[in-house]
Design a protein around this ligand. Sequence first.
Ligand code: ADP
Length: 467
Amino acid sequence: MTGRLIIASNRTASPGEPKVGGLAVAIWEALSERGGGVWFGWSGETLERETRGVRLFAEDNVDFALADLTEAEYEGYYLGYANRALWPVFHYRVDLAHFDETEFATYEEVNRRFGRLLAQFTRPDDTVWVHDYHFLLMGQEMRTSGWEGPMGFFLHIPFPAPEIFTSLPQHRRIARALCAFDLIGFQTERDRANFERYLVEIDQASSSSDGTISAFGRTLRTKAFPIGIDADEIVNLANSEEGRSAASRLGRIIDQRALVLGVDRMDYSKGLPQRMHAFGRMLDENEHIRGRVSFLQIAPPSREDVDTYQDLRIELDQVTGRINGDHGDLDWVPIRYLARGYPRGMLSGLYRLARVGLVTPLYDGMNLVAKEFVAAQDPEDPGTLVLSEFAGAAEQLQGAIFVNPHDIAATADAIQQGINMPLEERIERWKSMDAAVRAQSIAWWRRAFLDELESLGKPAPDTEVES
Ligand code: ADP
């Protein structure tokens, strides 16, 4: 393909600033590799009153096109429908979902406005790639605005089972809009199959074994593209001055104790209270481990404007205080809980120091922390990964100790197993996981998605074309 790549994501990287985070780097590299393109999204600014246009910036051969939100749009579209309805439902937390027609109307309006703006930038030979749950309706808006070219969508969060998805009052409207894309990429086969099952069972779509689905008068391809990381970058960070110094600072404090480490955004999907309880139970049941282990949980608060996130903070403060009060001693604090973020270099150093990585989300699209933890390990003396069977990463990281994070007793047992695992077994498990992380890297992910998108509509290589 020779045309430009046009990418839409809710948040973009700031023009002119270093691109931080796996996704931002992947998008930037996809655009640069292509020799130019447009990165379109929300500017991160909220204004009291509406502005209609976009602000344009150029960096190297990439154009940034950034649109502002009004305060009412930020409230209804971002905090409201995206994070109070879609996020909980897609993570199987219908109990936490808040369905509000006005918020949906704002979500729809932002998707419409952004879709129309984006359509103005497209040229006939471009390829469009839209990202994530903020923009589920954008494909249809683009088609309505006249865009007929190739257009793909990647969902970074899970796609729930149809029985859960249908709890959204607007499920049919969303599914129809998604079918305006030519390719929909999911994190896992589990998510892809859920989407297909929804279309076939609820909307009488027809599907074939290569992931092609015909629904709402369109034919589209669906496929799993598990997002990855740059493993060498994490190895370098873990060995950097910043990584080593973080590890030695913490190493001095925990002394010879085994480090159990959790690193997550503070989100109810991450299973943080359950994890704390499991750690407490492990201490209850393993007298010989008491005083010989230290659990560090790093969890910076996120989306603090949403009530359920404030409730989680209160719960975590209480659970941690309770376990430390019950189990701690004059010279030992069982759980160290830090409600703040750390630079990636420091995190990588801490991953490498840890004996056990505790990654136990109740549900997660992928979970990149699990992959970063694996990449950062010392090959001669790797730590063990305790991983939720409900994290997307579980499909690839078969060398982990798997747990159902709702099962506190089993998670407690897995932590104990991780702490006590013999070196030989640790190495064997780590090797298989490291190979998986390296095989499906972040560079693999973006290339695989774009290759698939751009191959659609072209005859397969062995197909004879009649003249
Ligand atoms: P999510 O996208 O739901 O937050 P992921 O595990 O897929 O979960 O990605 C989280 C990313 O954010 C990882 O790259 C991780 O290094 C980073 N991160 C997570 N927790 C922290 C933290 N406490 N401080 C700094 N970065 C963090």
